[in-house]
Write a new protein. Structure first.
Length: 536
């Protein structure tokens, strides 16, 4: 079988401040025609750097050594003309973080038609029809009305689907997918993987699949390369790697999974927050006079309650209203209905009156790199809330920051470093420390583990569980990873397109779901490894 991509003795060095560090150390692998090869390993292992090297998408500070051939053409040292021809047409990428890959100033239609016009020569109505077909294929609802949307108007999962549509627009021979399903809920994840499988079969496409989700790898990859510290430590047929891993690092990766059950909530635990008949509709305005022509019904009639020491898990497809509901509870967006926090109806409170409550309600976002200021040190980031809210005046702030850093598993000696000097898991711990230093009563956790490696996910879940038990915290936990939800949540709310489809205790939702939609979610999450879904 001929190799579409052949990488031999690949090295990548990065120069910074007069010194050089080696990120990739003599990596050798190949991808055959029609084959899917998975690169797995923890953050910092060199997976993405290896992939970007194939068509020299690395910064000028990088030096590539060794050999990379695509269809017999040498890519290392290739001319810019050849690289431009190959990029996006023959070799296409799906990147992990779509918000940094999509242009915030252009509509979806403009961004998608740009590549189609360049490589296929389609324009006008033909290009528009092609764009609509692509958006529908990747599961964008109401695709025609979405053509004029900008990236910031989409949810994280919807943005990722747009990125996938862009990558597949020109029918590439080799698709390099760098964590393509990280931001997707389980049902859409299954649909996207089936879509990629179908397109791969139709187009004879090959894939280099980079992921930390080993359940996907087991089902959809033909071969696996396990990377650690810039080297491939184990390689083989997927079934052999999973059934009989030889390297201790591979064994550790395969054994990492969030397990356990949440600590029971005391019967007399006080109610921290509850909502009744909460509704969040966003007006759709058009024309010079900005007349309202309709509504985006983000949340319809949501009623929930969370007590001290309790975790409410909110699950559902991307765009179902999970994050919108949580933001409304924290009075960060407008809504209709009742919002009660610690016994007070805060729904009509003005910003000034709400300000003292802000220390008691905190949020940890999905992407810590995007939510942490690159211009502030870790100390400044964590201590910022202390200055805003005047917590424990008279105490030394550095001492307080050191205490919370130790509590979340960070070395206090690193508090004067900056976010880019930390791994993804460490940055998420910084985000948690920033919220926890104020000793809040309610914490919204918006996909806090979705972008993390499996081993780091386990650590973060254990950390959140320990902090909750120690301080009696109430959590609103938003996630599309149902295994993590099951390990952490006492109660679960299932949402779909703004509606609460089902609500109940964790065991009831997971073991005896009442609605077809919930059953579909559970099947997609827990049957992925055992289902007979088509392989990529």
């Amino acid at each position: 079988m001929s190799a579409v991509l052949d990488v031999r003795d690949l090295t990548v060095d990065f120069r910074q401040d007069g010194t050089s560090s080696r990120a990739v150390k003599g990596v050798t692998f190949h991808v055959n025609k029609g084959e899917t090869v998975a690169l797995v390993g923890e953050s910092g292992s060199g997976k993405s750097v290896t992939a970007l090297s194939t068509v020299n998408l690395l910064p000028n500070s990088a030096t590539i050594g060794g050999s990379i051939t695509y269809d017999g053409q040498q890519m290392v040292g290739a001319s810019e003309k050849l690289l431009r021809k190959v990029r996006g047409n023959d070799i296409s990428f799906i990147f992990q973080e779509p918000m940094t890959s999509l242009n915030p100033l252009h509509t979806l239609e403009k961004q998608l038609t740009e590549s189609i016009a360049l490589h296929q020569g389609l324009r006008g109505g033909d290009a528009r029809r092609k764009v609509l077909e692509l958006l529908q294929q990747v599961g964008i609802h109401d695709a025609e009305n979405r053509l004029t949307s900008y990236p910031h108007q989409l949810s994280g999962g919807q943005r990722q689907r747009v990125m996938i549509a862009m990558a597949l627009a020109n029918g590439p021979e080799l698709l390099i997918a760098d964590e393509p399903t990280t931001a997707l809920d389980v049902t859409i994840q299954a649909q996207v993987l089936e879509l990629l499988a179908d397109l791969k079969t139709k187009l004879g496409m090959s894939m280099l699949f980079i992921t930390h989700d080993l359940a996907i790898v087991r089902k959809f990859a033909d071969r696996v390369c396990v990377m650690k510290d810039g080297e491939i430590v184990e390689e083989g047929i997927t079934t052999d790697i999973f059934d009989n891993p030889q390297h201790p690092y591979t064994q550790m990766l395969l054994g990492a999974e969030a397990v356990g059950v949440p600590v029971p909530v005391p019967a007399d635990a006080p109610v921290v927050a509850h909502t009744e008949n909460l509704k969040i509709w966003f007006p759709i305005q058009r024309g010079l006079l900005k007349r309202t022509v309709g509504y985006v019904k983000a949340v319809n009639d949501a009623t929930l309650e969370v007590r001290a020491g309790e975790t409410i898990g909110i699950v559902g497809e991307s765009g179902s209203g999970k994050t919108t509901l949580a933001l409304a509870m924290m009075r960060l967006i407008s809504s209709e209905g009742t919002i009660n926090f610690q016994g007070a109806d805060i729904h009509t409170w003005q910003k000034r009156r709400l300000r003292p409550l802000r220390r008691d309600m905190q949020i940890v976002f999905q992407d810590p790199f995007g939510s942490l200021s690159p211009r502030m040190s870790i100390y400044q980031i964590i201590a910022e809330g202390l200055g805003v809210h005047g917590v424990e005046p008279g105490r030394d702030k550095r001492e307080m920051v050191a205490e919370i850093m130790q509590e979340v598993g960070l070395d206090p000696a690193t508090m004067d470093r900056y976010p880019h000097e930390f791994s993804g898991g460490q940055r998420q711990r910084v985000a948690i420390a920033r919220a926890m230093i104020l000793r809040p009563k309610l914490v919204v956790l918006d996909e806090p583990t979705s972008a993390l490696d499996m081993t780091v996910q386990v650590q973060i879940v254990d950390l959140l569980r320990d902090l909750q038990q120690k301080y009696g915290l109430a959590y609103i936990f938003i996630s599309h990873d149902l295994k993590v939800v099951r390990a952490l949540s006492h109660k679960v709310i299932v949402m779909k397109r703004g509606d609460v489809m089902e609500m109940g205790d964790r065991d009831q939702i997971f073991d005896a779901p009442k609605t077809d939609y919930t059953r579909a979610l559970m099947a997609a999450a827990f049957d992925l490894e055992s289902s007979d879904a088509v392989a990529i």
